[in-house]
Design a protein around this ligand. Structure first.
Ligand code: UDX
Length: 436
C-alpha cells in the first residue's frame, strides 16, 4: 500500500484522501486552514457530502488517514503528493492560480526525497509544465527525482464517493509514462478504463468534458425555449434524442440553468485560455450566454403571467445549485431571487440544506422558512428551483389551500403537469409547449 499526501481538504481533496485511505493506503491530508484541520480531527466535515463522514471516520479509526497544517509533517514519507486546492474564477474569468502556486512552492521548499506530484485541481493547460520548471530549479543540484502527472477529477457534488469508487474513466497525463503507470496502480482495484496521455492533453480533457456537459444543458435549454413557442414538449424531445446512442440521455434535463463550483468557472476559464492563445471560442461563449439568459427567462415568464410582478408574493423551493448539496455557488435560484426582488416581488424560500449559506448572499428582505408549506402560505406563485427528493411528493391539496394564488412554475419539470392542473393550479414548466 502507498503513502499518499493530499494538499487541500475541499471537495476534491477530502474525497480523494478519504477514498484512497478506504482502499488501504496511508493518507495525510494537509490544509492551511487550522480550523478545518481541528474540525476534521474531531470528525467534523468541512463540506456536506453524503457518505463522506463515515469513510473518514472509518479510516481515521484505522489510522490510515490523518490531518495536518504542517507541510514538513505532511510530506515526511510521501511517495505521491496530490494537489487538490481550489482554482476559483479570477477577475476576467481566468483560473486564479494562487493556491496551486503556493502549494507547488511549499512542496518544493519542504520535500527531501523523490516523489511523484499529481495534480487534481482543474488548472490551465501548461500548468504541469510550469510546475516541472519550478521543481527542476529546486532539485537540480540534489539527488531528488520527481515526475508530474495530471489526474483530473470528474466527481460530482452529492455523489462524489460513488464517482471516485466507480469512475467512468481515469485520465493520467505525464511527460513520463512510467510515472502515469505508477499512479494507475493506485486505481487498479477500481477496474475502470485508464487513459494515459501527455500532460497538456490530460489538462485539456478536464476542461473539454465540463464544457461539453455545460453545452449539452445549454443546448437543451435553448431547445426548451423553442419548444415553448412551437408547442412541443422538451421532456419528450430529450427522451427521443437521448435514445440515439450517439447522443445519450444524460444531461439533457431542461431547467433554469447550470450552476455550481465547476461548470461556471471552468467554461469561463476555457474561454480565457482560448483567447490567451489567440482563438475565439464562439460556441463556449454562447453556452455561457444561454445559461445567463435562462435565469432571466424565469423572470420573464412570471412577467408574462402576472404583467407587473411588483408586490407579488412568490415562494421558492430550493436554493442549492442542485439537490443533495448545500452549495449555492452560482446557483440559478439565488440569481432569480435577486432579479425578482429587484422588480419588487416579495420572496419566501426554503431549502433542505442550503439555508445557512443562502443567508449570506440573499437580499435581506427574503424570508426563509422551515418547510415548503410555510413558504407557500399566502403566495401568488410557487417556483421550484432545485429538484430535491423531498419536493417530489408534496401535499398539493394543502399547498393549494395555503396559497393565495394558483400559479406553479416548475423550473425543473419535476411535477406532473396534468395532476396539478386537475387540482386547480395554473401549471407552467420549462419547455413544455402546452404548459407555458
Ligand atoms: C460537475 C461535473 O459533472 C463533474 O464531472 C465535475 O468534476 C464538476 O462539475 P457538479 O458541479 O457537482 O459536477 O454538478 P452536476 O451534477 O454536473 O450539475 C451541474 C449543474 O447542471 C447543476 O446546476 C444542475 O442542476 C445542472 N443540470 C445538470 C441541468 O440543468 N440539467 C441536467 O440535465 C444536468
Amino acid at each position: 500500500m502507498s503513502k499518499i499526501t493530499v494538499i487541500g481538504t475541499g471537495y476534491v481533496g477530502l474525497v480523494t484522501g478519504a477514498c484512497f485511505a478506504d482502499l488501504g493506503n496511508t493518507v495525510m491530508c494537509l490544509d492551511i486552514d487550522q480550523k478545518r484541520i481541528d474540525g476534521l480531527h474531531k470528525g467534523i466535515m468541512p463540506i456536506y457530502e453524503p457518505g463522506l463522514e463515515e469513510i473518514v471516520e472509518r479510516a481515521y479509526r484505522a489510522k490510515r488517514i490523518d490531518f495536518t497544517t504542517d507541510y514538513a509533517a505532511a510530506l515526511q514519507s510521501a511517495e505521491y503528493v496530490f494537489i487538490a486546492v481550489g482554482t476559483p474564477s479570477g477577475e476576467n474569468g481566468e483560473a486564479d492560480m494562487q493556491y496551486v502556486e503556493k502549494a507547488v512552492k511549499k512542496i518544493a521548499e519542504t520535500i527531501d526525497h523523490s516523489f511523484i506530484l499529481v495534480d487534481k485541481s482543474t488548472v490551465p493547460v501548461g500548468t504541469g509544465d510550469w510546475a516541472a520548471k519550478i521543481l527542476q530549479e529546486r532539485f537540480a543540484e540534489t539527488e531528488i527525482k520527481f515526475s508530474i502527472v495530471s489526474n483530473p477529477e470528474f466527481l460530482k457534488e452529492g455523489t462524489a464517493i460513488n464517482d471516485f469508487m466507480r469512475p467512468d474513466r481515469i485520465v493520467l497525463g505525464s511527460n513520463n509514462r512510467a510515472a502515469s503507470e505508477k499512479i494507475a496502480e493506485l486505481y487498479e482495484s477500481l477496474r475502470c478504463p485508464i487513459l494515459i496521455t501527455d500532460i497538456r492533453t490530460a489538462e485539456m480533457i478536464k476542461y473539454a468534458s465540463n464544457a461539453f456537459l455545460a453545452a449539452k444543458i445549454s443546448f437543451i435549454n435553448e431547445i426548451a425555449n423553442i419548444c415553448e413557442r412551437v408547442g412541443a414538449n422538451v421532456v419528450d424531445v430529450a427522451k427521443g434524442m437521448g435514445l440515439d446512442s450517439r447522443i445519450g440521455p444524460k444531461f439533457l434535463n431542461a431547467g433554469i440553468g447550470w450552476g455550481g463550483s465547476c461548470f461556471p468557472k471552468d467554461v469561463k476559464a476555457l474561454v480565457h485560455i482560448a483567447q490567451e492563445f489567440g482563438t475565439q471560442p464562439q460556441l463556449l461563449q454562447a453556452v455561457i450566454e444561454i445559461n445567463k439568459y435562462q435565469r432571466k427567462h424565469v423572470v420573464q415568464k412570471f412577467e408574462e403571467i402576472f404583467g407587473d410582478i411588483k408586490g407579488k408574493r412568490i415562494g421558492i423551493l430550493g436554493l442549492a445549485f442542485k439537490p443533495d448539496t448545500d452549495d449555492i455557488r452560482e446557483s440559478p435560484a439565488v440569481d432569480i431571487i435577486k432579479y425578482l426582488t429587484q422588480k419588487g416581488a416579495i420572496i419566501s424560500a426554503y431549502d433542505p440544506a442550503a439555508m445557512e449559506l443562502s443567508k449570506l448572499v440573499l437580499p435581506k428582505e427574503v424570508s426563509l422558512y422551515e418547510n415548503p408549506y410555510q413558504v407557500v402560505e399566502g403566495t401568488d406563485a410557487l417556483l421550484l428551483a432545485t429538484e430535491w427528493n423531498e419536493f417530489k411528493q408534496l401535499d398539493f391539496e394543502k399547498i393549494h389551500q395555503l396559497m393565495h394564488g394558483n400559479v406553479i412554475l416548475d423550473g425543473r419539470n419535476l411535477w406532473d403537469p396534468q395532476s396539478l392542473t386537475d387540482l386547480g393550479f395554473r401549471y407552467y414548466g420549462i419547455g413544455l409547449g402546452q404548459y407555458k
